[in-house]
Design a protein around this ligand. Structure first.
Ligand code: UDP
Length: 330
């Protein structure tokens, strides 16, 4: 089976490409390398550098490859950036999806897994969050992904393009051997920033807000290991290739950790002091996000291997210690 991975040089994409190859799939990758890293792509995958908004480029790849299914990660994903530059998010995420679906339709490719997000739920009314709960995003990133979910539903009805929207909660960690991992520039995510403090690259962690309605006042998030997340994509594409119907799934551990608890877990995982201070709230942050992932476990047969946030952080620590400058490209 031949799988095309869009955004396969990104953090989650590169781990998924790696797992697909380990499991014997034939893999082609598209990435514009704006945020991705060429070195993160398993050398057994065929690599095409280009942008999914470029229909001519997509045509070239689709003409060259015999694609059975598409896994689509090629999107911008930073909440604070989306608050400052919303149109950038609607252009690349939502606009990119439209161009991709047009190309898929023209080439009779009718299976796609794509990255959605817990941010589509906004400030949830109940915890844990179920797939059927209202989706009311509080930031343009979440809105751009919700728009993708809505557009694809109509592409399914009109053209029979079967899809699976995977709504990620917080993704962390790295391949256990530390050969691939997370490398964002600038880094905005909690766990890699904490590890930059542990590495001495930053003075201290700033915890954004301690006046939320949570047990210790800091935001609560649900962390899932990147390889477990990658495996969910492979289960999802195989399900569509086997004739499964369009659907959406939450992917999380179903356990919430406050930002202060993550800091404590990182201090244990790294055995470093990691100075921290409280800072004002960050715009667009919902108070608590915890997944109900029962549906993914039951329907996809997803069985995450990492159930301990300290172990997840340890894998990220192995990666940053073996790659102190990340991939060293940008
Ligand atoms: N956060 C923080 N300090 C930082 C970066 C993040 O306190 O330097 C908090 C952020 O406000 C949120 C949580 O960590 O409550 C997770 O943020 P991240 O950006 O990692 O993921 P998000 O939940 O926005 O997808």
């Amino acid at each position: 089976m031949s799988i095309l991975v869009l955004g396969g040089a990104g953090y989650i994409g590169s781990h998924t490409v790696d797992r697909l190859i380990e499991k014997g799939y034939d893999v082609a990758v598209i990435d514009n390398l704006i945020t991705g890293h060429r070195l993160s792509v398993n050398p057994k995958a065929r690599f095409y550098q280009g942008d999914i908004r470029d229909r001519g480029f997509l045509e070239t790849v689709f003409n060259q490859e015999e694609i059975d299914g598409v896994i689509h990660f090629a999107a911008f994903s930073i909440v604070p950036e989306s608050m400052a530059e919303p149109l950038k998010y609607f252009d690349n995420n939502t606009g990119g999806m439209i161009t991709l679906l047009e190309a898929m339709h023209a080439h009779h490719i009718s299976n796609i897994i794509f990255s959605s997000t817990a941010a589509t739920y906004g400030e949830p009314k109940q915890i844990p969050i179920k797939e059927t709960d209202p989706q009311v995003p509080t930031n343009p990133y979440g809105e751009s992904k919700l728009a993708m979910e809505k557009i694809i539903k109509w592409a399914d009805i009109a053209y029979g393009i079967k899809y699976t929207a995977l709504r990620y909660f917080n993704v962390a960690g790295a391949k256990a051997d530390g050969s691939i991992g997370e490398d964002h520039n600038p880094e905005t995510h909690l766990i890699p920033i904490i590890l930059e403090v542990a590495q001495g690259k930053r003075d201290k962690l700033k915890i954004f807000g301690d006046d939320y309605p949570t047990k210790d006042g800091t935001n609560i998030r649900d962390y899932v290991h990147v390889v477990d997340l990658a495996d969910a994509h492979i289960l999802a594409i195989q399900r569509l290739l086997d004739g499964g119907d369009s659907d959406a799934f939450n992917l999380g551990s179903s356990t919430g950790f406050s930002n202060k608890e993550i800091l404590e877990a990182a201090r244990k995982a790294t055995d470093m002091a990691i100075p921290a201070e409280m800072a004002p709230r960050r715009a667009g942050d919902p108070s608590t996000l915890i997944a109900d992932s029962t549906k993914a476990r039951q329907v996809l047969g997803w069985a995450p291997q990492y159930d301990d946030v300290e172990k997840i952080i340890k894998t990220a620590w192995t990666w940053v210690n073996s790659h102190p400058e990340g991939y060293g490209d940008h």
